[in-house]
Design a protein. Structure first.
Length: 128
């Protein structure tokens, strides 16, 4: 799935098995700019998507999302959104309330088409 994500980008990060293992196992609280990788599986255990969901105070951000061919991007995106909301509701009572879920993906990411009409406050692309 990661190769599929990289195919649509001019700049990519080489991730071998060692880097994936490190990113999946590191204590996320040790790093400011970290990857909080979630793997989405079917009930039978097939891996169908992964997402990078770093947590910031009061916000949930989707920085990477890739879905295996044959699975619904829309259904998986809503599943991830429900899980993020549940995580916030069960979490730290002193945490600021969730203000929204932000998708920071490339302009050509299929999520935007799959959620057409469901997203609020779209922001135009920009560069530094």
């Amino acid at each position: 799935m990661y190769r599929q994500l990289c195919a649509g980008s001019l700049i990519t990060c080489v991730r071998d098995k060692r880097i994936w293992n490190y990113e999946l196992r590191i204590d996320q609280n040790l790093l400011f700019s970290h990857r909080n990788l979630w793997i989405v599986q079917t009930l039978s255990g097939s891996k169908v998507a992964y997402a990078n969901l770093p947590t910031y105070p009061g916000a949930e951000i989707v920085r990477e999302l890739e879905v295996a061919p044959g699975y619904s991007v829309r259904a998986i995106t809503f599943f991830i959104a429900r899980q993020l909301i549940a995580k916030v509701q069960q979490g730290d009572p002193d945490r600021r309330p969730l203000s929204g879920i932000t998708f920071k993906l490339g302009a050509n990411q299929p999520v935007y088409e799959a959620l057409d009409g469901e997203l609020s406050r779209p922001r135009p692309s920009y560069a530094w």
